[in-house]
Design a protein. Sequence first.
Length: 236
Amino acid sequence: MNETLAKWITESKRIVFFGGAGVSTESGIPDFRSVDGLYNQQYQYPPETILSHTFFMRRPEEFFRFYRNKMLFPNAEPNAAHVKLAQWEKEGRLTGVVTQNIDGLHQKAGSKKVFELHGSVLRNHCMRCGKFYDMEYVMNSTGVPRCDCGGTVKPDVVLYEEPLDDAVVADACTAIEQADMLIIGGTSLSVYPAAGLIDLYRGHRLVLVNKSATPRDSRADLIVRDPIGQAFSELP
Ligand code: CNA
């Protein structure tokens, strides 16, 4: 167990966690940039092209083929990192989880204050009439999922080229500004504007829990290189 991290956690009252795909790899969901991540698998187009607004509008069949295969993990369960964060919130030590993930695993573990910067695969809406559809509907449909009204059902996932939701960003900013400890975990910190939000933290307990180096390692007060689920399972 990292003693400094354990001590800081017991002393803090407004911890904010900022995370990414690496938080869910121990739940069996591949990230984008690890060696076995999606960017190192071969597709006709790179994932950031397929997951862009332009591609979605121009080639929706191909988008949904990739999306169903690579972005939906209906059987994934929260790991020790998700569980520990939910525990800290319940204990009144953590004020929010700001996540770039779209898998809904923080909520499945019991976290309530989750700011989903990039949306969620669990929510889908008709682009024409706004009707809601769940993940199972999209998963079990073929080709382009259609609404009763004939419109296209679009996942509530922020695609490349699309703006983040203003209200979600505002809540995430407030939480980070008011944090007495910021733990950043499982993220390459390479996707903007999301990664820029960490600059709002002004304190001296900035912890980075990431297997590989990030562009912000020099700003961290403490760096942990262990897998995040394993590291968190040992913490109070
Ligand atoms: P990324 O760019 O793939 O980076 C992941 C980082 O996590 C890498 O630096 C890894 O070294 C590190 N990492 C992987 N596993 C672990 C682990 N067990 N413990 C500690 N560190 C680990 O992912 P980012 O989140 O930074 O990129 C942002 C994209 C990825 C967001 O837009 C997400 O929507 C998107 N994404 C989300 C999911 C998901 O929801 N689970 C899955 C894949 C991609």
